[in-house]
Unconditional design. Structure first.
Length: 298
């Protein structure tokens, strides 16, 4: 039992990063000193994900592999950098403040299956800006400008042509629709993708699809832990608000940009497909992140 206690402490002290570095000599010592069932138990502890659902880096061709993982709510699906196809369609947007509605035709495009994670953001930029650190948590504490620069950096890293042309004053940006790189979704693209062909306020029961005030335990959660919509997109509602490309209302709010989706600290009424929020493009807070889109490439 002493060896079991020691092995338990070792497993928890080395953590996720060090578990792959346990030497063969340690394993040999354990085999000599304890029974086979205990060895199996120790090795399981060393290789299992943590109780909070942290997942480390198996990758398949640069994307996260689909793999059952333990999350805070049970077993989920490992998702990450995949770009999901979103079919063309029509979406009607509305604004409760102005009582206005308008219809937009949306061309087919691709969108990341989950919000950009902290690991993905760090891989591209070398930075960890979030208030709560975790590889599989959505990156938060990022401004709209940070998101735009990430898109251009990711495009260059993958040999694509950046979509955004940033002005020398760092206060102006143009979207070149002819380029093939990554970008933020437009507001219409975001709502069309969120609804996934549906017409209701949500694409499922809220507790099954989103982290919000009612179930988040007041903290942001790893991506992909809730059910996706019909087009394979996770966390479109709840967990972290997402920056969109669009200016919210230039006449009233100037350069403020659109936020969509709701966050982990929000009440249920904020986690609906039609809800619009806005903020200054330099604003950073712990429940605002983003996901990326690209023009559809067959």
């Amino acid at each position: 039992m002493v060896w079991v206690s020691v092995a338990y402490k070792i497993a928890h002290s080395v953590g996720d990063v060090a578990r792959d570095r346990v030497s063969q000599s340690w394993i040999s010592a354990l085999v000599r000193c304890v029974t086979l069932p205990v060895v199996v138990g120790v090795l399981t502890a060393l290789t299992a994900p943590s109780a909070r659902g942290r997942v480390t880096g198996l990758r398949c061709g640069g994307s996260w592999c689909a793999k059952p993982v333990r999350t805070g709510m049970g077993v989920g699906v490992r998702v990450g950098n995949e770009m999901m196809a979103v079919p063309a369609g029509r979406v009607t947007l509305s604004d409760r403040r102005t009582q206005r509605s308008w219809t937009v035709e949306v061309a087919s495009f691709r969108m990341s299956a989950v919000p950009v994670t902290q690991a993905w953001y760090a891989q591209v930029t070398g930075e960890w800006p979030s208030a709560v650190r975790g590889e599989r948590l959505p990156v938060e504490g990022v401004s709209w400008w940070d998101a735009v620069r990430f898109c251009n950096a990711l495009s260059r890293a993958e040999g694509l042509t950046p979509v955004y042309r940033l002005g020398d004053d760092s206060e102006s940006v143009d979207w070149d629709v002819s380029k093939d790189g990554y970008r933020l979704p437009s507001e219409a693209e975001w709502e069309h993708a969120c609804r996934a062909g549906g017409s209701g306020p949500r694409y499922g029961r809220l507790d099954e699809i989103a982290w919000y005030r009612g179930n988040s335990e007041e903290r942001i959660r790893p991506v992909g832990g809730k059910q996706p919509n019909a087009w394979g997109l996770h966390d479109m509602l709840g967990n972290a608000w997402e920056w969109c490309w669009d200016v919210y209302d230039a006449e009233v709010y100037g350069t403020y940009r659109v936020l969509r989706g709701g966050g982990w600290a929000d009440e249920h009424w904020s986690c609906r497909a039609s809800v619009r929020r806005r903020s200054h493009p330099t604003f950073r807070i712990d429940d605002v992140g983003f996901r990326v889109a690209r023009a559809y490439q067959p």
